[in-house]
Structures are given as C-alpha cells and as structure tokens.
Design a binder for this molecule. Structure first.
Ligand code: DX5
Ligand code: ZN
Length: 223
C-alpha cells in the first residue's frame, strides 16, 4: 500500500479559547485537515461550539475544514455550517429520519458546494447505509460512542472498515473511509491496513508531547 493517509486532528479535546492556536500548531506540525466536532447536547450529551465559532476558526486557518455534526435535525443547520466555511460536512445516519431524509441531507450538502459524509455509530451496521454509498464522499466510522474524546477504540469497528473497503472495491465507489475515536499509534496500523483513508485523532494528538513526531509516524503507516 502506498497511498498517503490524511491526518485530521479533532477539535474536541481543545478548550474553545485555544482553538485557533491549536489548529495553527497542528497544521504547522504537518496535519492535513481540522476535524471539527459539533455537539448539541441532544444527539449527544455534551455541547461544543456552533457555526459562529466555526466561522471564526475557518477564517483564521488555511486548512480543509471537516465538520462532524453530532446534532439532532442536522438538515436545518447545513446551510449555516456551509456558510461558516465547512469543506466537508458529515451527518449521522442515526440523526436522520429514514431514507428520504438521508438522501435530502446528502443532496443539500452537495448543493451547498460541500463534500458530503455519512457517519455510523458503533452499533449501526454498514448494511444500514449501503444504499447511500454511491452518493457520499466520506463514510465516517465511529470507533467509539460519539460524545467525548479519550475513550478506548472499539475493536469491532475493524470489521466495518473491512466491509466498507470491500464494497467500495467491488462497486468502484469513490468515497473515502474516515475513522474517528480511539486512534493512536497503537490502533492506527490496523485501521489503515484495512483501507481507512482519513484518521481523526483527538486526545492522542492534543496530549502528544511531540505532535510533529506523532503526525509523521501516523502518516508513514501505509508506506
Ligand atoms: C468523539 C468525537 C471525536 C473525538 C475523538 O465523539 O467525534 O472526533 O474528538 O477523540 P479521541 O481520538 O480521543 O477518541
Ligand atoms: Zn468527530
């Protein structure tokens, strides 16, 4: 394997007041994207920041802005996040009410000029989103329960990554596989070898004594 992994540190472990400094730091150290975790206190227990903070952040950094919406009724907020500078917007399959809402969300994200991602929680099987795979740019596999950083990687996620890789190859789909939750030096190898393209790294990155060294190690996994 020789493709380069995309390393997307997440905003979740970082206090809001330090967000811009943290984002600039990790970009300087070699990170590819900023993964912005948006929580509303309803779809998940915690609340993080909203489109206003996202807009401040996206204007101050030069990076792909990868927005992960862990919110109820995401369709209503798509326009606001697109306007705030999102390049990728990922919505949760579990937050959408059925097939039509899911298709509507994907179409609307594209109409807004963004790339569309669909995410599944640890208990949702790949089969639940199989019909949407031809239309999405990203499938985000949650390898922890969404809601907070610092949880251990759920090993059962590995079979989902393998299944998605296989479906992508068989059907020549174009989506990227993004994995979020519990990614660190120990877990990244298996995730990457099964076909993941984008690694979201939360607490392991925020707490790393040498962020550049960690990014280099993670990026070189497939080479
Ligand atoms: C969790 C968020 C993640 C989180 C990952 O709900 O979606 O992006 O920040 O953090 P770690 O890598 O610590 O699991
Ligand atoms: Zn996330």
């Amino acid at each position: 394997m020789d493709k380069n992994l995309i390393i997307a540190p997440s905003t979740d472990p970082c206090p809001i007041g330090e967000l811009i400094d943290y984002a600039r730091d990790i970009l300087r150290e070699g990170a590819d994207w900023i993964h912005c975790d948006i929580m509303d206190g309803k779809f998940v227990e915690r609340k993080t920041f909203d489109e206003i903070v996202l807009s401040l952040l996206s204007k101050r950094v030069n990076s792909v802005i990868d927005v992960h919406l862990m919110i109820e009724d995401p369709i209503e907020k798509l326009q606001a996040y697109a306007k705030a500078g999102a390049n990728y917007i990922t919505v949760h399959y579990e937050a959408l009410k059925g097939t039509i809402a899911t298709i509507n969300a994907i179409n609307k994200i594209h109409e807004l000029g963004c790339k569309a991602g669909l995410s599944i929680k640890p208990n949702t099987p790949v089969s639940a989103i199989e019909n949407f795979l031809p239309f999405v740019d990203i499938v985000l596999v949650m390898s922890v329960e969404p809601g907070k950083s610092g949880q251990p990687f759920i090993q059962e996620s590995l079979s989902k990554i393998a299944e998605l890789s296989q479906l992508r190859e068989q059907n020549e789909y174009g989506f990227k596989i993004e994995v979020d939750g519990g990614i660190n030096e120990q877990t990244a190898g298996a995730v990457a070898s099964l076909g993941a393209d984008i690694l979201v790294v939360g607490s392991a990155m925020f707490n790393a004594p040498d962020r550049m060294a960690l990014i280099r190690k993670l990026k070189s996994i497939n080479n």
